[in-house]
Design a protein around this ligand. Sequence first.
Ligand SMILES: [Zn+2]
Length: 419
Amino acid sequence: MPTPYTEGNGLPADASFFSERRKSAAGPSLVLEAIRTYGALSRSDLAEITGLSRAAITKITSAMIAEKMLRETEQTDTGTSGRPVQPLEINDSYAYAAGIQMRDEYLEFVVIGFAGILRSQHTIDFEHTAHPDEVLPEIKEGLATVTRKAGLEVTDLVGVGLALPGMIDHQAGMVKFLPGYEAWRNYPIGPKLAGLLNIPVTVHWRVNAAAIAEMWWGQGKLARNFVYINIDNGVGMATIVDKRLWFGHEYAAGMLGHMPVPGCSRRCICGNRGCLMTLVSIPAHIHLVEEAYKEGVGSVLTRPLRVTEPHQITFTNLVAAAEAGDRLACNIFAEVAENLAVAIATVVHLLNPQLIVLGGQIVEASHLIADSLKKHVEDHLLGPEYQTVNIAFSELVPSAATVGGATLALDLRHDKFNE
Ligand SMILES: [Zn+2]
């Protein structure tokens, strides 16, 4: 049985959230948000959580049940009055959407239902130097495969959400700039793909898409304001303010990886020196191994590499070495945790978020860095009177950005109901 993305991080819910949301959100949105946050709820629980009257909840939920958006659970609870009540849950088969994440070497596809249940997954090879006109038919074919695996047709989907690795004008569905993807500059991928597939397409930066997945199904469910930091080949940050993404003036907010770090002189791929990503990205970890190798530091990693190429070490190797107690690997994770803590403390001082969620490949090392990261962050903060923050690691599998693309496409359907 597929698993819905419903595990939270144990944060207490922000009690003021629904009272604030009532000012701007329609009733069906509030009901969906409450059930996504807490799981199946009775009508009286919904009234209490959303602050809407019992009569209003009865009317709204009746319409949503008639629409097949909600359904009564099979399980019967005893209500406070002693009468049996049947909690309401989101009907996963009300709508399906696909998410597609573009990485340097592959495209990942998923189909999820309206309650976030993963229906299918598919991956194909991808050549990022290819012209996007050549990639569109591959996307169409991959999408046909992933929907078939879910027992659906592409036309059954309410939409497709693309999660791309760079600057996106999400309103126009236009790529502005993807680093290393020269042919994609100013390419209107959204309209072109929508024309090819004949269904709605939404396009976002993959870090923003991942943050949306965390907000709907993951660690950010109970947070009204949080920051998602993705650490892979680059380091990107998405900011959720009042449950909405902050895009920035030129859709370029969140370039945390290019934040200058005083005293650091390493050359970054952007051409500048001393960017944060040269200290904490996944390639930065490997670079530290290579430097140690040149200096002749002994390690389970460097020793066999005296006869091979140091760049063949993978992050997964490094994690395994640290788990085995290798001193070099442990020192590298300790150093990265210290540097990452400085960046997180800066973000916390600037934005005062309730929660920081870390995602991307760094999650493989969460058990190695979580404690020291939290301690170093606390050391840099002003103190509990001013700043406290929870730090959590993403638990979404497959990757949050792909699920986030599908979630953004589901949101198109969600909006439609609220018009
Ligand atoms: Zn840079």
